[in-house]
Design a protein around this ligand. Structure first.
Ligand code: BG6
Length: 475
């Protein structure tokens, strides 16, 4: 078995990391627009009130808002079958809680979807990708307020109705499990907390309650979406954090199991099975956390399960109960260094075989189609002679795609693969431009300077060949 003829090859982006035009045509700020640039060493700061002296990378990003025709034409040249992007909630409902949408915002995405279809590219739309409107943060404390469920659902219904004949594939919340860790408090839950480092019982309860509201909002969007168009395919999106025990010590295995249940299954189970697992409820009990789950919520979760499970996969980490081992970084969370793996410049461990393992593990648990909607190598690129010789990126992607093929042979059902990100964009974690993932180089630096000119990297031609040969030619 190899890639099916309708396998969805493509690339993934998010509005706040590419669009720019943060306050144009009626759009208002999202949490991303209040987050400063940073680096591996300098943490990104969130400003409740924007400061003139600070640099906010999303304000211009790579100006996709004004370059989308050129960019989508380049995706088409590579032969994309699918383009994953997000709609910025605050472009459609600028404050987040309005009843009527911003027409100019709707028009923008309408043009994008028309263009995608002109090139036979299927849009895959994330409804919320770390872009909660700042109005929702300031006036409601994000999803800690139950009313925000309905604001989100109104937004979801609006765009799903408006684009019902143009978009078939939807994802509800990007990396929803990010809501489980303090950093995701703002990006996923929309809660502003000045003292993020200090965890109290009250805050933990609020976090789980808010995440419950996000899960209900996600399920309600699925239900409403299916009423609008029963042919919609709606998925969840989990940052899958694959962990290995560092040693065969049973204590390490138990810790690995606990991490996996918590970071991956807590949200995944609700979205696929339609209810919290007993393990999750036991976990909440142990922490003495009581969350308000109404009968209506239970009904919504039960009826709003997803059609496919999508996830991001960049690296794996080890877990151990022993102290003193070397640490490594990663997407959302780091872990303990694996002596068998190499790391990227940003210290994310490269583990293609872990992707095969993850695909098998997920398919075994959920038995629904899977989609890898983020995978890629963030690296420093050097532009020379109008191109980048990014053999390191080609090698990373090649190894991962090979493992997907092996997983297909294992019998796993995989709908598609969208690498992160087909064009250089702002790094979510560090806010840098220097952490580049694209097949297309964008002339812009960490301070926001540059011509914004686009250049095809070596990987551009390689990925084109991969798609053309439907994954057969990976050389
Ligand atoms: C995921 C996000 O966490 O990883 C993306 O969904 C993000 O938004 C990607 O860009 C890569 O992370 P980073 O920090 O390298 O941009």
């Amino acid at each position: 078995m190899s890639f099916s003829k309708d396998f969805l090859w493509g690339g993934a982006t998010s509005a706040n990391q590419i669009e720019g035009a943060w306050n144009i045509d009626g759009k208002k700020a999202s949490v991303a627009d209040h987050t400063r640039g940073g680096s591996l060493k300098v943490k990104r700061e969130f400003d409740y009130i924007l400061k003139e002296s600070c640099y906010y990378p999303s304000h211009m990003a790579i100006d996709f808002y004004n370059h989308y025709e050129e960019d989508i034409a380049l995706f088409a040249e590579m032969g994309f079958k699918v383009f994953r992007m997000s709609i910025a909630w605050s472009r459609i409902f600028p404050h987040g809680d309005e009843i009527n949408p911003n027409e100019k915002g709707l028009e923008f995405y309408d043009k994008i979807f028309d263009l995608c279809h002109k090139y036979n590219i299927e849009p895959l739309v994330t409804l919320s990708h770390f872009e909660i409107p700042i109005g929702i943060v300031k006036d409601y404390q994000g999803f800690s307020d139950r009313r925000v469920i309905d604001f989100f659902v109104n937004y979801a219904k609006t765009v799903m109705f408006y684009y019902k004949d143009k978009v078939k594939y939807w994802l509800t919340f990007n990396e929803i499990n990010f809501g489980l860790i303090p950093l995701g408090s703002l990006l996923t839950l929309g809660i502003y907390d000045k003292n993020l480092e200090i965890e109290t019982h009250e805050k933990t309860v609020r976090k789980f309650q808010s995440l419950h509201h996000v899960l209900v909002a996600s399920a309600k969007a699925v239900i409403e979406g299916k009423k609008i168009n029963p042919d919609f395919k709606i998925g969840n999106m989990i940052a899958h954090l694959t962990y290995y025990p560092l040693t065969p010590n049973p204590d390490d295995l138990l810790l690995t199991q606990e991490f996996d249940s918590f970071m991956n299954n807590y949200c995944g189970d609700v979205q696929v099975f339609g209810k919290y697992s007993k393990t999750s409820l036991n976990y909440l009990n142990k922490l003495n956390i009581k969350i308000d789950i109404t009968e209506e919520d239970e009904e919504i979760l039960k009826n709003g399960t997803v059609d496919f499970y999508s996830f991001s996969y960049y690296m794996t980490n080890c877990v151990t109960h022993e102290k003193g081992h070397e640490k490594t970084l990663g997407n959302l969370l780091g872990g303990v260094k694996n002596p068998y793996l190499q790391s990227s410049e940003w210290e994310w461990q490269i583990d293609p075989k872990g992707l095969r393992y993850t695909l098998n593990k997920l398919y075994d648990r959920y038995e629904i189609p899977l989609m890898i909607v983020e995978n890629g190598l963030g690296a420093k690129d050097i532009l020379e002679n109008n191109t980048v010789e990014d053999d390191y990126r080609i090698d990373y992607l090649r190894q991962h795609i090979k493992q997907i093929e092996i997983a297909l042979n294992d019998g796993v059902e995989v709908l598609g693969y969208t690498s992160w990100s087909p064009i250089d964009s702002i790094s979510a974690g560090t806010g840098e431009m220097d952490k580049r993932y694209g097949f297309i180089y964008v002339d812009k630096d960490n301070q926001g300077e540059g011509t914004l000119k686009r250049y095809k990297k070596k990987s551009f031609y390689w990925y084109k060949k991969v798609i053309e040969s439907n994954g057969e030619d990976l050389n």
